[in-house]
Design a binder for this molecule. Structure first.
Ligand SMILES: [Zn+2]
Length: 269
């Protein structure tokens, strides 16, 4: 939050002028973006475009967690990386690329699979969290951590030609959670639902990852109209979008643990 009270310099006013020109954003929202800290879990097909747009937009600190090295199969869609980067750590290379793009952004690469206390600590420090992972275990762990810390979780997924995106804005008591939508079933091993086994249409990851950046910026800037409570599904072969309303599941075990601040229906009387 170090930048919060600072005046924007001339170079910043120029760099972010196209945001500042927007009535809906303006200089105050840009300041909030500049002082924000975002956690991106997964530096793959979704994380690459999300990180690029968040970095270009001036998000003050971007923490990118990914334990993997860059492989040849990644280059079809993971647009932060070049052929000469093969074998390097994704998180480190993502940080280097973001620095080239915008040296004002402090990027913190975490070469690790975030879990347990480490995950909770990083979620606790973040103003918004992007789930750019490719497996259900991480998705549920992120959901639990964000619910406990009341942090907005921007959730994206892409497999084959099917994409989905939503926001679980845990700053709001009425927000549903990932487990309301996809209950965790430890008795069933659903296997890795990822690109290695299923394949994925390259630009689909760009579409969904870019939308995750858009939703994250809206959360950080305080803009209304996020995808909280709505799940968007994209079938990219026919480019058909579907919007599904979501509500909290009263039987959801994750929501049962949430510390809900104020009575939900108190405002009605
Ligand atoms: Zn829930």
């Amino acid at each position: 939050m170090a930048l919060h009270d600072q005046e924007l310099g001339d170079a910043q006013l120029l760099r972010y002028s196209r945001h500042i020109l927007l009535d809906e954003l303006g200089i105050e929202a840009q300041r909030r973006i500049l002082s924000a800290r975002v956690l991106i879990v997964g530096a793959g097909g979704l994380g690459c475009p999300a990180a690029l747009y968040l970095g270009a937009s001036g998000v003050g600190r971007i923490v990118i967690a990914d334990p993997d090295r860059i492989e040849l199969t990644n280059l079809q869609r993971q647009i932060l990386y070049r052929t000469s980067d093969l074998g390097r750590f994704k998180a480190e290379q993502a940080g280097a690329q973001l620095f080239e793009l915008n040296p004002e952004v402090q990027c913190e690469p975490l070469i690790e699979h975030l879990s347990g206390e480490r995950l909770e600590a990083e979620v606790g420090k973040a103003d918004a969290v992007l789930d750019c992972s490719d497996n259900f275990a991480t998705r549920h762990a992120l959901n639990r951590a964000c619910a406990a810390r009341q942090k907005p979780l921007i959730s994206g997924a892409a497999s084959r030609f099917d994409g989905q995106i939503t926001v679980f804005d845990f700053r709001r008591d009425d927000a549903p959670c990932y487990a309301c939508l996809f209950p965790e079933n430890p008795g069933v091993d659903s296997g890795p639902e990822n690109c290695a086994t299923m394949g994925v249409f390259a630009p689909l990851t760009g579409i969904i990852g870019t939308m995750q950046a858009a939703e994250a910026l809206k959360c950080l800037a305080g803009l209304p109209g996020t995808l909280n409570g709505r799940l968007l599904l994209l079938e990219a072969q026919t480019m058909q979008w579907q919007s599904i309303g979501m509500e909290r599941d009263p039987a959801c075990p994750v929501c049962a643990t949430r510390a809900l601040g104020r009575p939900e229906r108190g405002a009605r009387t």
